[in-house]
Design a protein around this ligand. Structure first.
Ligand code: ATP
Ligand code: MG
Length: 353
């Protein structure tokens, strides 16, 4: 998959002691602005006196602690760290545990703090739930809802292409998730790609991974940083100073087209050649007309849906709210497609039971 050979614009260099001290207090609490995380959990406190000692975070009775879970197996590895399947000792419930090491540079730590804050504020059936965060032994552990079908990357490995009727049902859920993020929470995801769309045996599709997300109302410095995997990046993100929620719509359009055709819509070099690849893909995305599905293989509604997302001018792209009304999303409603069986038949490599 394109993101595997690619690179993220994050630098994994050890932090200098001064900058680490700004983030860590002697009590083993990670502090960044109004965010506090330690081995007992996470808390967001209003900024009063920046130098005051952090208030204690008390573990709540009904919350999960790391001591309450058994590690089952590693289920994924990303640029930030490992994702493990864990099981709660008393309820037998499964969770995904994402561990992010903190021996990373300051901007990456800020991203992690941003991810934790955003995760805490989200509650939507189309976004992967985050139950708890801890900071211990110089690593963040995030307990996430376990999605037992893995990501769209795993699904595509087995089905190769996703037929339109199933894709419509998948897109409906992702568009609802994006509508929630963009229009209710004012959050731009900034790293939508197949590995950040997860599926489960109930036929649910959810957006995850807010590591490089931005709250639109936040400082312009945050909104301007170019981070994340670049393959799915909208043209304006390579050239312009700022960008908005429409950049996510472009990335989503590329993901949908990849799911339909089974391959990343732009030509990719065989070998990862770092910056050379970055500039060649950037040039193609900026210079070439946007990719589109072959019209003899797909319905006009599908072609129009993809083209509504893959407009090079962000103003011409439909918003998530507008995409909800697009005829493609409802054209297969009468078929009552069963995504649960479709995902199950695809034989997820991650199924636990
Ligand atoms: P990158 O770090 O480059 O963005 P990535 O998205 O694959 O790549 P991670 O977000 O660390 O990296 O996830 C690694 C893999 O772990 C995912 O591809 C997915 O298969 C799996 N995974 C992540 N979160 C969950 C979850 N909540 N439930 C089940 N599997 C998950
Ligand atoms: Mg991810």
């Amino acid at each position: 998959m394109p993101n595997k050979g690619g690179f993220n614009l994050r630098l994994d260099v050890p932090p200098d002691e001064d900058s680490l001290a700004k983030f860590l207090t002697q009590s083993g609490t990670f502090r960044h602005g109004d965010l506090l995380v330690n081995m007992d959990g996470i808390r967001i406190v209003p900024k009063t006196d920046a130098d005051a000692p952090p208030p204690p975070i008390k573990p709540l009775d009904n919350q999960i602690s790391l001591a309450d879970v058994d590690m089952i197996k590693v289920i994924g590895k990303g640029s930030g760290g490992l994702v493990q399947l864990v099981q709660h000792k008393w309820t037998n419930q499964f969770f995904a545990l994402k561990v992010i090491q903190m021996n990373i540079e300051e901007s990456a730590r800020k991203q992690t703090a941003q991810e934790l804050k955003i995760n805490q504020s989200l509650e939507c059936p189309y976004v992967v739930a985050c139950y708890q965060c801890f900071y211990q032994n110089e690593a963040f552990s995030i307990i996430l809802e376990y999605m037992d079908g893995g990501s769209l990357v795993d699904l595509l490995k087995t089905v190769r292409t996703i037929p339109e009727e199933y894709l419509a049902a998948i897109c409906k859920q992702v568009v609802k998730g994006m509508d929630y993020l963009h229009h209710e929470k004012h959050i731009i995801h900034r790293d939508l790609k197949p590995s950040n769309l997860l599926i489960n045996h109930r036929g649910e599709v959810k957006i995850t991974d807010f590591g490089v997300s931005a709250i639109v109302a936040s400082t312009s410095a945050q909104a301007n940083t170019k981070i994340g995997t670049y393959h799915y990046m909208a043209p304006e993100r390579f050239s312009e100073e700022t960008y908005n929620a429409k950049s996510d719509i472009w990335s989503f359009g590329l993901v949908v087209l990849e799911c339909a055709t089974g391959k990343f819509p732009y030509p990719l070099p065989d070998e990862d050649d770092g910056w050379v690849n970055y500039f060649s893909i950037m040039e193609t995305i900026i210079e070439q007309p946007p990719p589109c599905p072959p019209s003899d293989l797909f319905s006009p509604e599908f072609c129009s849906f993809v083209s509504s997302c893959l407009q090079k001018d962000p103003k011409a792209r439909l918003s998530a709210q507008q995409l909800m009304e697009h005829p493609f999303l409802s054209m297969y409603d009468d078929l009552h497609v069963d995504l649960a069986s479709y995902f199950a038949n695809a034989g997820s490599p991650l199924t636990t039971l």
